[in-house]
Design a protein around this ligand. Structure first.
Ligand code: IPM
Ligand code: MG
Length: 367
């Protein structure tokens, strides 16, 4: 029995989690892979009930689970809270405490969605890239940080961009290993012309590359990379980058695919030598979208594809992972769209109907 901790969080996180539950139930009823899903609070929902964005109890359950699936956190209701009390801190804390340092964010253009992007079809058709973002260090966690008063009139806000060579080395190894399973092309994105911490980044990436001679390695400054992603995204296969650059570039990459509502992600820790187990959390790249929350119109496909990644990376079940991915592809090919994707000639359906359509496809595939 695989223990899943489901953390719906806030906003549309709740609705897309209902669709995720349908998928787990389907696997339980129809296949040999079994899931036990426990649901808990994180983010604003946890603040409202427990006065903290992530309670110790939930953190403990996360540590004991086989995989975590998270919806989204945040919303205007909690924006005025003190910085350390906001919903986002719950997400950052769980990433840090579980040491989920490798964030995989694939951007894939579905054949049937190639006209949904704001970019020209020939630029994005067939696109399949993977952004690997360092997730537990860099400027997000560096010390010192804070806001201090310099005088009555002047305040100073500051953060620190810091990387140690071992933090860079471990994310580099994940990136090279994933490149080996894909087209053996890796682009490391930094700002080595200006920032010492990323000069070290480049140095360590080059060092690690000696262990992966088959991988063609290139380096790019982040400003150029953001331009190249829009100009000619198909030049990339795997991109590896720092925490903040990865945050920005992955939002940019998501738009190549037509909708932020389509992108899943996996956040992986290191493999435990004894149990061979790896801590992992899966979540859509999109946020809690408070403007559309509760309307049953959100796109659940990033969440469902997060389960596709879970099946592959946590449960080594390529068969079921591919099956679920195919169900998503077939549903889109039939013209079913949530409102974020709909153009003409397509059927605009709700969040819950989209979940049902995926189940229909799974049933059709069942032998
Ligand atoms: C993301 C989000 C988070 C981040 C926020 C919600 C803290 O933007 O996962 O990309 O900045 O990492
Ligand atoms: Mg982001």
């Amino acid at each position: 029995m695989n223990k899943i901790l489901l953390l719906p969080g806030d906003g549309i996180g709740y609705e897309i989690s209902q669709e995720a539950k349908k998928i787990f139930s389907w696997f339980n009823d129809n296949t040999s892979i079994k899931f036990e899903v426990e649901e808990e609070l994180i983010g604003g929902a946890s603040i409202d009930s427990n006065n903290t964005p992530l309670s110790d109890d939930v953190l403990d359950k996360a540590l004991k689970s086989d995989a975590i699936l998270l919806g989204a956190v945040g919303g205007p209701k909690w924006e005025k809270l003190d910085f350390q009390q906001r919903p986002e801190r719950g997400l950052l804390k769980i990433r840090k405490e579980l040491d989920l340092f490798a964030n995989l964010r694939p951007a894939l253009v579905f054949e049937s969605l190639k006209d949904a992007s704001s970019l020209k079809e020939h630029v994005i058709s067939g696109l399949d890239i993977m952004i690997i973002r360092e997730l537990t260090s860099g400027i997000y966690f560096g010390e010192p940080r804070g806001i201090i008063e310099l005088s009555d009139k002047v305040k100073k806000g500051f953060n620190t961009l810091v990387y140690t060579s071992d933090e860079i080395e471990r994310i580099a190894r994940v990136a090279f290993e994933i490149s080996m399973q894909r087209s053996k092309k890796l682009c490391s994105v930094d700002k080595a012309n200006v920032l010492e911490s990323t000069e070290l980044w480049r140095e360590v990436i080059k060092e690690v590359s000696k262990d992966f001679p088959q991988v063609e390695l290139s380096h790019m400054y982040v400003d150029n990379a953001s331009m190249q992603l829009v100009k000619n995204p198909k030049q990339f296969d795997v991109i590896v980058t720092t925490n903040m650059f990865g945050d920005i570039l992955s939002d940019c990459a998501s738009m190549l695919t037509g909708s932020l509502g389509m992108l899943p992600s996996a956040s992986l820790g290191k493999i435990d030598q004894l149990s061979n187990k790896r801590m992992a959390m899966y979540e859509p790249v999109h946020g809690s979208a408070p403007d559309i929350a509760g309307k049953n119109i959100a796109n659940p496909l990033a969440m469902i594809q997060s389960i596709v990644m879970m099946l592959k990376y946590s449960f080594s079940s390529l068969r079921y992972s591919n099956m679920l991915q195919l169900a998503v592809e077939k549903t889109l090919a039939k013209g079913f769209r949530t409102q974020d994707l709909v153009s003409s000639n397509e059927q605009n359906i709700s969040t819950s109907i989209m979940g049902d359509k995926i189940i229909d496809e799974l049933n059709l595939m069942k032998r």
